[in-house]
Write a protein that binds this ligand. Structure first.
Ligand code: SF4
Length: 164
């Protein structure tokens, strides 16, 4: 269960693996994060910022390390998050539900800094696959399911990729 205990003026949600949280096999603190936060894109005084780490995958109960997942467009043209080795392992609804819960808990957060290329957190950078016969091929680049879901509800959110 997530608790909102923040008191600073601005809250910025950050993919937890960019904050050094051990939620991903290669989690590390990226200097680019600080640069992003004080950049003109966000225009926020760094001292007034409270970081709110989030990890959708750990949030829905996955372990660290965990089996690989990927963004897949199914035959009904819906975008899902499925296991790479096992396409019957479908995490889509659980990740969407986590995103909804997060939005309800933090309704005033307007800024997100996200991990690039992740099937959960990526912003316009995540490989999107489709099954073609026995193969799975990349057909486009899209956003992870957490980011897609929060943008459906709040299209005005400002999302910054770690590679900005
Ligand atoms: S789900 Fe997001 S926050 Fe969690 S490890 Fe993956 S990219 Fe990082």
């Amino acid at each position: 269960m997530i608790r909102n205990t923040t008191t600073k003026k601005y809250q910025i949600a950050v993919s937890a693996c960019l904050c050094g949280h051990k939620v991903r096999y290669d989690a590390k603190l990226l200097p680019i994060l600080e640069q992003c936060l004080i950049s003109e894109q966000l225009g926020i005084d760094f001292k007034q910022v409270e970081f709110v780490p989030f990890c959708p995958e750990v949030g829905i109960g996955l372990g660290v390390p965990r089996a690989k997942i990927q963004l897949v467009r199914n035959k009904n043209k819906q975008i899902c998050v499925l296991g790479v080795e096992d396409h019957t392992w479908d995490l889509t609804e659980r990740l969407k539900s986590y995103a909804n819960d997060f939005l309800q808990l933090y309704p005033d957060i307007n800024y997100y800094v996200v991990k690039s290329k992740s099937p959960s957190c990526g912003y316009q950078s995540t490989p999107l696959f489709e099954r073609s016969g026995q193969k799975v091929v990349q057909i486009a680049v899209s956003s992870g399911i957490f980011v897609k879901t929060i943008l459906e509800y709040k299209p005005q959110l400002m999302i910054v990729d770690e590679t900005c």
